[in-house]
Design a protein around this ligand. Structure first.
Ligand code: ADP
Ligand code: MG
Length: 625
């Protein structure tokens, strides 16, 4: 996902050199893999025709099981059967909720609870990255078998709200599974792509994603083929599972069971409730039937009406999040051009009905809601693999992986566009001249998170000439950074009062490999403290130098305004500051600069008076007032 390496429109292999690319929805509950066949995206099923792979991994004695086999042991081998691992990606134990903490035996490598967590299983301790890699490995194997070749790459989807640690963990898992990650794509964006919304000119869409254990709402705005996430909301602990639990509780109460269930009994009841819930999507009634073993079983019939009544509060909770996202995006209900349904739980009719009532139109539901994310990812993967025909629109959805900035005095970097900004983006910042009468300015465009230019990557250099001579600090030079939808950066600078302009386009070849990005981020992190010191020192030196220069100039112009004694004092203070500025103690430099400033206040006042008198000389009172 290196910056400026995004599209390669020229690359379009012949049909027979078509690269095998897949889209993977790495879900909390279920994961899927999809690919494009004859320009139509489709999910790849397992040997038994099932597209969905439960996101469950079991560390059994002699093997690692993934999917349905693993899930079957959730009741009887709970500690070694990891489900919902997505919740743990890029997280520490300290980040977890109490109920999650109780599910497994967690450890943290660093011991303070803040490092990325690990789970203790009978086969040793595993990280969420390891667990996710097992799921990805299974999907990769399925795809390679079904497509009959090695995969060129994959697009993997992540929730829009995933932070950097979570995204990085997802990427690491893919790498571990031997997948070439073409891009991480936001899940709502993938869904929108699956519906072909990116082919429209513009619009605002609400993506309503109710999965097994999570609920996400995202509002996307499409402008010229690029999606921007306007708002995200939701509840990381609300999903189809809660509907199962509501039904299970209903059954439990109906049966008037008094004893708490064993973990296995609880798992059985939940599975039965879930089956009933799913069949209520099609039928008017369903039966929750649990076989407790020892020839003892219980069953209860549930009507759709009852199910809807007991779970309506859950639906209402999703609607509050929808409203919040609209508020955050500053959009009204009627400004949403379409509502896209994602997640298996959106099959429930009362969820659809609630959305239709709220938006006054039915949601987009022609596609399979639990497949739509994977299908969109497959479309994107195909394009990124260079399989798209020339002229076909290129989807460009990305964020900037490293900050872009400009060198300022003292070898410092001023960040203009922070990392993770979505493209396209334009940002401007004003700079000024350092010296009196300065008529040219050199710009150095850099990429990276570090404070010092020498620690960042140099992208381009250019000059702005023809700045009218002014005193230092008077010129207003506006530098604009623009990253377009193709990921290309161009930087322009103009002096505002005179309008002189210069610009430079940065070529795509400046992209960084992912490894380089990772190491740059890592070094920014480890060196943050040193960098702050270095920055403080460099700033103190720049300020001191600029103060010394203006003092020197004032002496040349207005020596007459000072007594010999005053002149001597100031001169010695200047000498002292000059000497300190050679050293490394930024605090001492700042202090000496402040002292000099204070000592010269009187002198500055006299110069001001003189300037005012000179300005007033020869003018009438009218002209002054
Ligand atoms: P995730 O994104 O969390 O991996 P999914 O999108 O696969 O999850 O959704 C899983 C949820 O969808 C489960 O709660 C499942 O019971 C529910 N679900 C699947 N099919 C149906 C159906 N026909 N009716 C109601 N709920 C369903
Ligand atoms: Mg999902």
């Amino acid at each position: 996902m290196a910056l400026l390496q995004i599209s390669e429109p020229g690359e379009s292999p012949e049909p027979h050199t078509r690269r095998l690319a897949v889209g993977i929805d790495l879900g909390t509950t279920n994961s899927l893999v999809a690919t494009l066949r004859n320009a139509v995206p489709e999910c790849l099923p397992d040997g038994q025709g099932r597209a969905m792979l439960p996101s469950a991994v079991r560390y059994a004695e002699d093997e690692i099981q993934v999917g349905h086999h693993a899930l079957a042991h959730r009741g009887d081998d709970a500690l070694n059967t990891i489900t919902s691992v997505k919740r743990f990606m890029g997280r520490s134990v300290a980040d977890l909720r109490d109920e999650s903490k109780a599910r497994y035996q967690f450890t943290t490598p660093s011991g303070d609870g803040k490092g990325q967590l690990k789970i203790t299983t009978r086969r040793g301790s595993v990280s969420p990255i390891d667990v996710s890699a097992e799921i990805l490995r299974a999907l990769k194997a399925r795809a390679e078998e079904s497509l009959g070749g090695e995969l060129y790459g994959a697009v993997i989807t992540v929730p829009a709200y995933f932070d950097d640690a979570q995204r990085q963990a997802t990427k690491d898992a893919a790498q571990l599974a031997g997948l070439n990650v073409l891009r991480l794509l936001n899940e709502p964006t993938a869904a929108a792509v699956a519906y072909g919304l990116d082919q429209k000119v513009e619009g605002a869409y609400l993506i309503y994603d109710l999965g097994g254990g999570t609920f996400d709402v995202s509002i996307l705005r499409l402008t010229r083929g690029v999606f921007e996430v306007l708002a995200t909301a939701g509840d990381t602990h609300l999903g189809g599972d809660d509907f199962d639990e509501a039904l299970a509780k209903y059954a439990f109460d109906t049966w008037q069971l008094t004893r708490a269930l064993s973990p296995a009994g609880q798992a059985n009841l939940l599975a039965a409730a879930r089956a009933a819930k799913e069949s209520l999507t099609e039928s008017e009634t369903a039966t929750i039937k649990v076989n407790w073993g020892c020839g003892f079983d219980s069953s209860v019939d549930v009507t759709r009406e009852t199910f809807f009544a007991i779970t309506q509060p859950l639906v209402e909770r999703t609607l509050s999040a929808v409203k919040k996202s609209l508020r955050d995006a500053k959009l009204k209900v009627d400004q949403i051009d379409g509502v896209v349904l994602v997640g298996g739980a959106t099959r429930m009719p009362h969820v659809r009905a609630a959305l239709e009532t709220h938006f006054g139109k039915p949601p987009l539901a022609t596609m399979n809601p639990d497949e739509v994310v994977a299908l969109g990812a497959a479309i994107q993967a195909d394009q990124l693999a260079g399989n798209a025909k020339p002229g076909e629109q290129h989807l460009l959805l990305d964020v900037i992986p490293l900050s872009l900035g400009i060198e300022t005095m003292g070898n410092l970097v001023e960040k203009v566009i922070p990392r993770n900004s979505t493209i396209p983006i334009a940002k401007a910042q004003e700079f000024t001249t350092f010296k009196d009468g300065q008529t040219a300015m050199a710009f150095h465009v850099v990429q990276g998170e570090r404070e010092l230019v020498s620690d960042c990557r140099s992208l381009a250099k250019f000059e702005l000439r023809g700045i009218p001579p002014m005193v230092a600090g008077a010129a207003r030079i506006r530098v604009t950074f623009q990253v377009d939808a193709d990921g290309l950066l161009s930087v322009s600078a103009s002096e505002i009062t005179s309008g002189v302009r210069a610009e430079v386009a940065v070529k795509p070849s400046y992209g960084l490999a992912d490894g380089e990005i990772a190491s740059m981020l890592q070094s920014a992190f480890t060196n943050a403290n040193d960098d702050m010191q270095a920055r403080a020192l460099a700033e103190a030196r720049v300020d001191a130098q600029s103060l010394l220069e203006s003092m020197q100039k004032a002496f040349e112009e207005d020596r007459a305004l000072l007594s010999d004694a005053e002149h001597a004092t100031l001169t010695s203070q200047m000498g002292y500051l000059k000497q300190l500025a050679q050293g490394n103690d930024h605090r001492a430099i700042v202090r000496a600069s402040e002292d000099l400033n204070r000592a010269s206040t009187e002198f500055a006042g006299r110069r001001m008076d003189k300037a005012v008198q000179r300005a007033l000389a020869g003018k009438t009172l009218d002209q002054i007032a």
